[in-house]
Each structure stands twice: as structure tokens, then as C-alpha cells.
Ligand binder design. Sequence first.
Ligand code: ADP
Ligand code: MG
Length: 327
Amino acid sequence: MSESKLSEFDIIERYFKRPVTAVDIGIGDDAAVISPTPNMQLAVSTDTLVSGKHFFADTDPYKLGYKSLAVNLSDMAAMGAKPRWVTLSLTLSENLVESHPTWVSEFANGFLELAQTYQIALIGGDTTCGALNIGVQIIGEIEKMRYLRRDGAKPGDDIWVSGHLGGAALALKHLLQEIKLTQHEMDACLRALLTPTARVELGQRLVGLAHSAIDISDGLLADLGHILTSSKCAAVVTLEAVPCSTVMKQYMPSSLALECLLAGGDDYELCFTAPKKNRSEIERIAQLLQVPLVIIGEIKHGTGLSVIDTEGKAVTMVKKGYDHFAS
Ligand code: ADP
Ligand code: MG
């Protein structure tokens, strides 16, 4: 049977149904049944990737499968939750399956290999026909009341960022032909765009140390802005402290690079705030997990987010972050 003639049920059976543990009833019934660990709370989050909006229709399906789960893992990381279960709502166009017969199996491999890495079970979903759209719901566990949230930042907190920012946005600018990266630069930036590493373990270790946290999906300024709004605080960020990748450094301080670094989106790093007394413990975690963590600024009383350079001059930005309804 050619793959293009596979039914919805064949697709599920063949590509998505894998042996899983930690599930009472998995794929194949009208609903999945799971048993949360006693005394744990559940953290539930959904993220949808729309073709032409969140990814190009011709994106490598393995990487797209990987990224669809990675962006959801990143939400678990931001809450300090341990991801356990996931569901997948997949809308596929007939045209895609016919023109690229291995698309679904490659997508499933990317998704399920990452799930395996984190020991997450794919417990159900929906498979339907239409414009390509990928909806993922993820469920994690948190020890009672021991989660991270956006509204706990306090004046005097350090503002921390993991990893390096802006690489994914540079790759996007290249794909949109707004800039031309070298092949070597493109490889590094494409990795950031298509196979981001969610900071899942970092998030869990920050519980009890960080006052607030968010994952950077819409750009540093926009996402730190959410912490400030929820926490009713202000912040000052020093531009030179914001962690740039080697590629990004070569484009600084052009306005294009600034936009990618501060407002680019798709970074999936964590931004969190923590009292200064926790600095050495946070640095110890960075060492232990081999995750770069740097302080980029400080939480202040009041409202607003200002970015300054090392001389204290304000850095002005036109674009503050990605907003699906504004751009
Ligand atoms: P129903 O018609 O009762 O909604 P479906 O026929 O849509 O059930 O799905 C059959 C089973 O396959 C269900 O257990 C559902 O959760 C699972 N399923 C459907 N699509 C997917 C998918 N893309 N990934 C994982 N499981 C899926
Ligand atoms: Mg259904």
C-alpha cells in the first residue's frame, strides 16, 4: 500500500503508536487514562504550530516533529515541571502526504525520539485532513505548590538568561532573504531555529531559587515584559550582558542584530529572576548542567523595561517582540 493511501488509523498505528509506560490507557481508546503520582500537581500547556506562520511548509519533517515537542517542553521548563505525557493533534494536507510519502514517518521520528529522551509518553491525539497544523498538549508534574511562575519577581532580583539569544531570529531573516549568512553561520543558526534545547532540567532545579520565570518564545523584551507586568515591577537590562552567540556577535550592534537579540523570538531559553543571595547556588547549577547562565540586569520598583549600554545610555528599539496579531 502506498503511504498516500494510508487511512487515519493506519497512520496512527504505524507511526505514532509506540510502547509506552506510565499510562493506564494509551492510544487506541476514546480517551487516554493516566495516574498522576500521589501528591503531585499537574501542569498542562498547549502550543500550536501553524504552517506558514510558525514554520515554512517545506521544513524538514524530522526537525519539525522535534521542534513541535521542544516548544512544549520549554513551557514545562518555565514552570519548573517535569514533563510526563503528551497528546498530538495533527492536521495533514493530502497534497503533502502525496508529494512527500515519508513526511509522516519522519515527523513522527523527530517527535518520538525527543519524547523518548525525556521519557514522555505520547498518549493520544487526533489526526485529520486540512491545512498543515500541529497542536501539542503537554502534561507535567510538580511537587505540591513548588512551581515557577511569572508574578513573583521582586525589586533587587537579578535577571538571568540561559544559553544565547537571537540565533533563531537570524536564521529566519536569512530564510526570508533579508540577510545572507554564510553556510557555517547558517548551520549554527538553523540549529537554534529548528532543534532548540528546552531547559527542562534547569527549570526544575530553579524551583525554590528563582522568584519568577518565563521561557523566551516571543523575544526577550516581550517575555521579560510579561514577568514585569505580572509582578508589577520595572527592570533595567544592560545590552552588553545579553548573551550573544558567536554568529550574533559579528552582526552587533546593527539594528538588525539588536532586533534579533532582544525581540527575535523562538529562542526557548529561560529568563528568570532570583534574589542576589542565590547567585552562587545558581552558578553551581549552571556548572552542573553545563548550561550557560548570565545576569543581564536587575528588577526595580515601578513600571517599564529599559535597556541601557555599559555607559548608561538608553538603547531604543522599534520592535519589542513577536505578536501574532500585530505583525
Ligand atoms: P475518536 O474518533 O474517538 O476521536 P480517533 O479515531 O481520532 O478517536 O483516534 C483513535 C486513537 O488514536 C485515539 O486514542 C487517539 O487519541 C489516538 N490518536 C489519533 N491521532 C493521534 C496522533 N496524531 N498521535 C497520537 N495518537 C493519536
Ligand atoms: Mg478523533
